[in-house]
Design a protein around this ligand. Structure first.
Ligand code: 13P
Ligand code: SF4
Length: 304
């Protein structure tokens, strides 16, 4: 089998030939992060994809992220290393659920976390990511009821941050669900003075114990700016690769050693190479869904 260096060389050649760029989420395995043109959180990657002049985007993350790139820049070819890399939280919500919530709450605005299928975004008023959810919700007039889907814990966090009541749905991230409040207590006890970061997808009793609750890229900024030598990481384990690379002298302690997202880890250098060789698998969407989902995503981009 070819070694990593060989694979990277071949990827670079094909990337140039096809005028392609590689985008990678902060949770991707190290080799994939290292070959990427940009690493980021959902919002940064979406924004970059929206304006890139490359002909081809190889999106290394999970399905909804690549779909978002396609919706925001439909004339580009969007490839993924593996179509099976989905997000279980995204699969928890359907367009029918959105119809039901709207029927039950007439006049409400639907704010949809990007971790959702395109067909759900198409039925939404505006999207958000973990980086801008507070800002998006705050932009909606106080008297307007808000349906927030699908993540109940991000929703709970936004409620606390904005002081607003949201109509929540029962979705959650099975990966972040694994972190327990007792894990944070234990880590603080074992590592006094450590800086504790957590993702808003964590359960509320976990998020409340963290020093910073933020999107993955803001975590990276917060860690660079914080003087603590030890950092307790309350998010998916892949995040530690970037944090360690940017802060070689700091020590990173996972809040929970089983907080890994298997879907994020199915992408590899081999699969990136194959995608560029075959120009497949490609993300495609029905015209109607593309157009309607774009409205909700464009509103988000305008506001953030
Ligand atoms: P970010 O947008 O903060 O990178 O989060 C994406 C995600 O899937 C977290 O589990
Ligand atoms: Fe989805 Fe959770 Fe994996 Fe993020 S970490 S992609 S929310 S399952």
């Amino acid at each position: 089998a070819p070694d990593a260096e060989e694979l990277v060389d071949k990827i670079r050649v094909l990337k140039e030939r096809h005028r392609a760029i590689i985008l990678a989420h902060n949770y991707q395995i190290g080799e994939v992060q290292d070959v990427a043109d940009l690493i980021g959180d959902s919002l940064e990657l979406a924004r970059y994809a929206a304006t890139t002049e490359a002909d081809v985007i190889v999106f290394c993350g999970v399905h909804f992220m690549a779909e978002t790139a396609k919706i925001l820049n439909p004339s580009r070819k969007v490839l993924v290393p593996d179509l099976k890399a989905g997000c279980p939280m995204s699969d928890m919500i359907t367009p029918e659920e959105v119809d039901r919530l709207r029927r039950e709450n007439p006049g409400a605005i639907v704010v949809t976390y990007v971790n959702s299928p395109a067909a759900v975004k198409a039925k939404s008023d505006i999207c958000c990511t973990s980086a801008n959810a507070v800002r998006i919700v705050s932009s909606i007039p106080k008297e307007t009821p808000i349906i927030f889907i699908p993540d109940q814990f991000l929703g709970d966090y936004v409620q606390r941050a904005t002081g607003r009541q949201l109509i929540l749905f029962e979705g959650f991230c099975p990966t972040h669900m694994r972190i327990m409040a007792s894990d944070i207590d234990q880590a603080r006890q074992e590592h006094p003075g450590a800086f504790v970061i957590a993702h808003p997808e964590c359960q509320p009793d976990v998020a409340k114990k963290a020093d910073v609750v933020s999107s993955t890229s803001r975590m990276a900024t917060a860690v660079r700016e914080n003087p603590a030598q030890k950092v307790v990481v309350g998010t998916e384990l892949g995040m530690i690769y970037r944090l360690q690379k940017e802060n070689p002298d700091k020590e990173f302690i996972p809040a929970c050693s089983s907080c890994d997202c298997a879907n994020m880890k199915v992408n590899s250098l081999e699969k990136i190479l194959w995608a560029l060789e075959d120009m497949s698998p490609e993300i495609t969407l029905p015209e109607g869904i593309l157009k309607d989902a774009r409205r909700a995503l464009d509103r988000m981009i305008e506001l953030s």
